[in-house]
Design a protein around this ligand. Structure first.
Ligand SMILES: [Zn+2]
Length: 276
């Protein structure tokens, strides 16, 4: 298979980061996992398992916590459970789903491999590591079970896929951008220092980056509602605001599309105008 892989490691402020990249037909995707204070945050993808194993073995890991169920975050969970006998924790929304083998479209299996089944335990509102208590912050939107992790000792915040990039252009069909906006606002009420994103990695000036993303999404929301009130259809709005046809849209048969953001904004808008 013409899947190209790349794997890098670095350490920033005591956080050991592994970044796996897969490329196929001009589409390049990456995902990080992190180890700090005996905690592995997310497990990377099954397609990068061979590259991840030396990293996992070299680290001193007591427990695994997962930000959300997507296969690029859970791909090596079954290995970590079966071979390294590590306890795994995630929010309860997709616990059951993860005990079964992967069922997602082929293009996702090409990039990320087939996630094996694993049995995680439900996270509470907080958990403890060797030297710290962590907040588990419910931050749905990207996925219904999404959580962020805040180390109360160091102020280091792990945002999973809440951020990814400032100016989101395409999202998964299941993502609700209105819920993402609420989650960004929620996370910004916490006191934190360093921010680590599963895709963008370490964010310099993390708080400002999250604020800029929130501002971008709120502006997008206003623009979409205005265009709707001017009589444009969702597809017309998409074509006007997001004219670029990203390869992932075609490759995923529309599971990734800018249209999902517009639909979520308008659905929310219509709910509010009807109930008003
Ligand atoms: Zn995700």
């Amino acid at each position: 298979m013409l899947l190209k892989k790349h794997f890098t490691k670095e350490t920033i402020n005591n956080v050991h980061m592994a970044n796996g990249t897969v490329s196929f037909r001009g589409i390049r995707l990456n995902v990080h996992c992190f180890v700090v204070d005996g905690v592995l945050i997310d497990t990377n993808a099954k397609s990068l398992k061979k590259e991840c194993i030396p990293f996992f073995k070299q680290q001193d890991i007591d427990q695994v916590v997962i930000t959300h169920y997507h296969e690029d975050h859970t791909g090596c969970a079954s290995y970590l459970q079966q071979e390294l006998h590590l306890p795994i924790y995630m929010s309860d929304g997709k616990l059951e789903y993860c005990t079964k083998k992967a069922d997602y479209p082929l293009y996702r299996k090409v990039f990320w491999g087939s996630r094996g089944p694993f049995h995680a335990q439900a996270l509470g509102k907080t958990f403890k590591s060797r030297t710290a208590t962590w907040d588990v912050i419910e931050t749905p939107g990207h996925a219904m079970d999404h959580v962020a992790f805040l180390n109360q000792e160091t102020g280091q915040l792990f945002t999973g896929d809440l951020y990814c990039q400032e100016k989101t252009k395409v999202v998964l069909r299941e993502e609700n951008i209105i819920t993402t906006i609420a989650s960004l606002k929620k996370v910004l009420t916490y006191h934190f220092e360093d921010v680590f994103c599963s895709h963008a990695g370490y964010l310099k000036n993390g708080r400002e980056a999250l604020q800029r993303k929130l501002a971008y999404l709120e502006e997008l929301q206003g623009t979409v509602i205005q265009l709707h009130e001017d009589g444009h259809t969702p597809v017309e709005i998409r074509n006007q605001l997001f004219p670029k046809k990203y390869p992932i849209i075609l490759f995923s048969s529309g599971e990734w599309d800018s249209l999902h953001m517009i639909n979520a904004i308008l659905e929310n808008h219509l709910q509010h105008t009807h109930s008003a």
